[in-house]
Write a protein that binds this ligand. Structure first.
Ligand SMILES: Nc1ncnc2c1ncn2[C@@H]1O[C@H](COP(=O)(O)OP(=O)(O)OP(=O)(O)O)[C@@H](O)[C@H]1O
Length: 353
């Protein structure tokens, strides 16, 4: 196991800058998700850590040592990709043993390592099967067992679950997390699925246009996104903007709302976000809120999206669509086309860069 440090790394393909001065550290034993839209550079960063790409500038350190001159097969890295590439003509056990045999290992040691790895992914009973006799989830477990049997220092996973259907994918997320905990290997997981990143990882790095825009624990990024991009890429957000002065924000329509303590001294133009689940909807506009402690806008209910235990309302506040998530128990008096007030605690306003 080892930590990985990416230091000021840039890489261009021709005139296209795929990675732009990326710095991020992956702590020893941590489970990291790299999240970002298509083309943001996630796979390129992973391939660079693996040794398939070389930085034009900057360096990669594994276990504190620069690895520029270390080839792929000497970096002691395990990899699992979306198309898992397990060998169809070999049994499950032979597939898992492959990496050890390539290294010239033989005998009882190999058998023991293979059987331990298969037990870990709960496939011990299918050791003799061929890949075509396995489900997608089982094949993905074989790929995982094959990656960890060599006791890598770092495990790189590139969208390993994206070929699985939704139910199986959820099960495998839980499995993957369990396996990672048991093995304790530093793991870097590439995904473009926000929910997957939130539920699976200890920390998330968000990439946009080849740069890390924010890095932190899932709760930290969700509760304190620093930019509109991070706020809207990881979850839903209502964005409002206005002019700050004296601890309040005046919106374009003249409405004034209180700023949270951290922004009490801000002045000038500010952009802010509010999570829809932090917004309360008060039918009829009869909110008895303390206007120095809560933000309030008036609006008309336009749409409702019912999703079982919750409904998402879209409320038109002077032409601005505000989203509010309301639990089933609190929505009896919210009617389509009727006036409402939307309110939130001032601390729930997130200040964006
Ligand atoms: N070998 C290459 N030659 C030229 N351009 C490349 C090469 N590899 C990647 N790119 C470009 O670099 C950018 C980043 O690609 P990358 O695969 O890292 O993105 P990604 O975030 O993993 O996207 P996705 O989620 O679609 O897999 C893309 O615009 C891609 O077209």
């Amino acid at each position: 196991m080892a930590r990985v440090d990416v230091k000021n790394v840039s890489l261009s393909f021709g005139a296209y800058r795929a990675l732009n001065d990326v710095s991020i550290s992956f702590a020893d034993g941590g489970f990291y998700a790299l999240l970002g839209p298509s083309g943001s550079g996630k796979t390129t960063l992973l391939r660079m850590i693996a040794g398939f790409e070389y930085p034009d500038e900057g360096s990669i350190l594994i276990g504190g040592e620069a690895v520029e001159s270390v080839p792929v097969d000497k970096r002691r890295i395990g990899m699992v990709f979306q198309n898992y590439a397990i060998f169809p003509n070999m049994s499950v056990a032979e597939n898992v043993a492959f990496g050890l045999r390539v290294r010239g290992e033989k005998g009882a040691g190999v058998e023991k390592a293979v059987s331990d790895a298969l037990d870990l992914v709960q496939l011990g009973h299918l050791a003799k099967r061929r890949p075509h006799q396995l489900s997608g989830g089982q094949r993905q477990r074989v790929a995982l067992a094959r990656a960890i049997v060599t006791k890598p220092r770092v495990l790189l996973l590139d969208e390993p679950l994206s070929a699985l259907d939704k139910g199986l994918r959820k099960d495998m997320q839980i499995e993957l997390k369990r396996i990672q905990r048991e093995v304790g290997v530093t793991t870097i997981f590439v995904t473009h699925d926000q929910d997957e990143a939130l539920s699976i990882s200890d920390r998330i790095g968000i990439l946009k246009d080849g740069a890390i825009v924010q890095e932190g624990a899932p709760e930290e990024i969700y509760d304190r996104p620093r930019s509109e991009f991070a706020a809207t890429f990881l979850g839903e957000a209502n964005i409002i903007e206005g002019t700050a002065e004296g601890g309040r924000l005046t919106l374009e329509n003249g409405v004034s709302i209180p700023l949270p303590q951290e922004a009490a001294r801000s002045s000038g133009h500010l952009r802010c976000a509010i999570r829809p689940e932090r917004v309360h909807v008060v039918p009829g506009g009869l909110a008895s809120v303390n206007l120095s402690q809560a933000g309030t806008l008036t609006g008309i209910v336009r749409h409702k999206l019912f999703s079982g235990s919750l409904s998402t309302y879209s409320i038109d506040c002077d032409g601005r669509q505000f989203q509010a998530i309301v639990p089933r128990t609190g929505e009896d008096d919210i009617r389509m086309g009727s006036p409402v007030e939307v309110t939130w605690k001032k601390e729930d306003l997130i200040i964006l860069a």
